[in-house]
Design a protein around this ligand. Structure first.
Ligand code: FMN
Length: 339
């Protein structure tokens, strides 16, 4: 999840607020702060959330004339105010006229202004809201104002308020289970084989490849994963939880790597790989729903314990909707195992 806080600021107050809001946002997502004048348009499509902030000038967003007045104030030497930029050719209103945003971007807006009834002092944030609304964009959260004193500096406590407003902006998180409990079903001509990385899964794979060769059938090799069995380092990066689709891809890569030497013995078989979050039997039954056959090892990584609890192969035999072949390890007598 990434947010971009874009601000316009003449004397620095809106800039300060933008930094605090970004610090708050970082509790939940990555956040970058950028002045309107340094913005690279390529940054816009990379952000799920865009927060826009501007100072209130003459009741709304700044205009060329109001910025000129601000520049005079900043240059008079008495006010103690320093301009953020020597030259600020455009303001938020002008920039928005030419800006293009990806359709699914979420927006929030804020301003800095003098404390007082909005009808009297105006609000750049409300102006921003109506400009965005004209383009069909609705805000994620109501416009927010942060107050400056007569000297244009932030009132005490406003930085803290800005930070907690940032923390409170919540994007609707994509459902991490979207799609994952709905793995792609194998085609009716395919043979599906489960592979959990165990020696017995290798045996099942050898048999499945032999059958696929004999029947000229495509093969789907499936590995189910859970939080406990996900590859090391796949669940988090840079301190953020990876989307499950990314972990699926890592599991799939590992599956390709671990089954390569066996697969190479049957170069004529068309093979597809799937890494899927879910309970192994459920995933295998789902993928093989319409398939020609499901092939599983008699035991997976769970060994004896999983056999006692009802092994994957047993659940597949009971519940799969296609024929199931359970491959015994060569030269072993299952009747006497574990006793
Ligand atoms: C030309 C000019 C016009 C302003 N008009 C308003 C106004 O109508 N309402 C208001 O609340 N503040 C007004 N202000 C005060 C600004 O809101 C204040 O300068 C701003 O919040 C400071 O933010 P900045 O440091 O990021 O530029 C005005 C300031 C300037 C320089």
């Amino acid at each position: 999840m990434a947010a971009l806080v874009i601000y316009e600021s003449l004397f620095g107050a809106t800039h300060e607020v933008a930094e605090e809001i970004a610090a708050g946002l970082r509790q939940n997502m990555r956040a970058t702060v950028i002045s309107l004048h340094d913005l690279d348009p390529d940054q816009l499509p990379q952000s799920e959330l865009i927060v826009l902030g501007a100072p209130t000038h003459t009741h709304g967003l700044s205009t060329p004339a109001s910025r000129e007045n601000a520049a005079l104030l900043g240059l008079d030497g008495y006010s103690g105010l320093q301009l953020e930029h020597d030259h600020a050719p455009i303001g938020m209103a002008e920039w928005l006229e030419g800006a293009e945003f990806p359709a699914d971007t979420a927006f929030a807006v804020f301003d800095t202004r003098i404390r007082g009834p909005r009808l009297l002092v105006g609000s750049a944030a409300h102006h921003l809201e109506s400009v965005l609304r004209e383009s069909g964009i609705e805000l994620l959260t109501p416009p927010q104002s942060f107050y400056v004193m007569d000297n244009h500096r932030l009132e005490p406590g406003e930085r803290e308020r800005a930070r907690s407003w940032g923390t409170g902006i919540e994007l609707e998180q994509p459902n991490p289970f979207d799609g994952v409990l709905d793995p792609a079903p194998a085609t009716p001509a395919s043979i599906v084989v489960g592979h959990d990385g165990s020696a017995q899964a290798d045996d099942a794979l050898v048999t499945a490849l032999e059958l696929a060769t004999a029947l000229s059938a495509p093969l789907v090799i499936v590995r189910a994963w859970s939080i406990d069995t996900a590859p090391r380092g796949a669940l988090f990066h840079d301190g953020f939880a990876s989307p499950f689709s990314e972990v699926d891809a890592r599991v799939r890569d590992l599956l390709i790597e671990e089954t390569q030497s066996i697969r190479e013995r049957h170069p004529g078989v068309a093979v597809e790989y799937q890494g899927v979050l879910g309970q192994p039997a459920e995933v295998l039954i789902e993928v093989s729903r319409n398939a020609r056959m499901l092939v599983v090892g008699s035991r997976g990584r769970g060994g004896f314990a999983s056999l006692m609890l009802g092994s994957v192969s047993e659940q597949c035999v009971r519940h799969a909707t296609c024929p199931v072949l359970v491959v015994r390890p060569p030269g072993r007598d299952l009747d006497h195992e574990g006793s």
